[in-house]
Design a protein. Structure first.
Ligand SMILES: O=C(O)CCC(=O)C(=O)O
Length: 175
């Protein structure tokens, strides 16, 4: 069971994870091929990289309900850095936006550390060598089927300036 420390405001778990079947020997299978790596440095992005199985998606969607359904609100809700239940500006649609989900549930916590994400990230931070990876922040946009809102047009250039020389990247996970 997770515990919530009121002093450290940090979620800790006793054991196991979303990737419990993955052992150190499995790291290599997550390496991107040289073609994909080259594509990233040529175009600035790559897409269609599977990071979760369907079974993992089904499990994480249960945790997702804590953030989208007020009647299932998580007991650690106050630990979110931000939570907006509807940023669409339209009460007939929903655009939930939150930061800090990784601190609340085990699966959202574990997704941040999945080798399927951290290993390719380590390859893509620097063209010349593998780099250690750390989380800057997580962010969730929820657009429920048939009544999902849209994110208004905006630019994210300021993110590009957070490290110099640039040594960060964004991982977009869609289900
Ligand atoms: O997924 C979206 O609709 C918006 C994403 C976005 O604004 C962001 O990643 O900062």
């Amino acid at each position: 069971m997770p515990t919530y420390s009121t002093t450290a405001r940090q979620l800790t778990y006793s054991a196991v994870s979303l990737s419990e079947a993955i052992t150190a020997g499995d790291w290599e299978k997550h390496y991107l091929g040289q073609e994909k790596v080259a594509e990233f440095f040529e175009r600035g992005y790559i897409s269609n990289i599977r990071v979760l199985t369907e079974e993992q998606c089904d499990r994480i969607l249960k945790d997702y309900e804590h953030f989208i359904d007020p009647s299932k609100r998580h007991p650690g809700h106050a630990m979110l850095y931000e939570h907006h239940s509807n940023q669409s500006g339209d009460s007939s649609n929903v655009l939930m936006h939150g930061l800090g989900q990784w601190r609340l549930t085990r699966l959202f916590h574990d997704v941040v550390f999945l080798p399927a994400i951290s290993v390719p990230s380590s390859q893509l931070l620097d063209q010349d060598k593998l780099r250690p990876v750390r989380l800057w922040h997580d962010q969730m946009f929820a657009k429920p089927a048939r009544h999902g809102g849209v994110v208004a047009w905006h630019q994210d250039y300021s993110y590009w300036t957070r490290t110099k020389p640039m040594m960060h990247l964004t991982v977009h996970i869609t289900t």
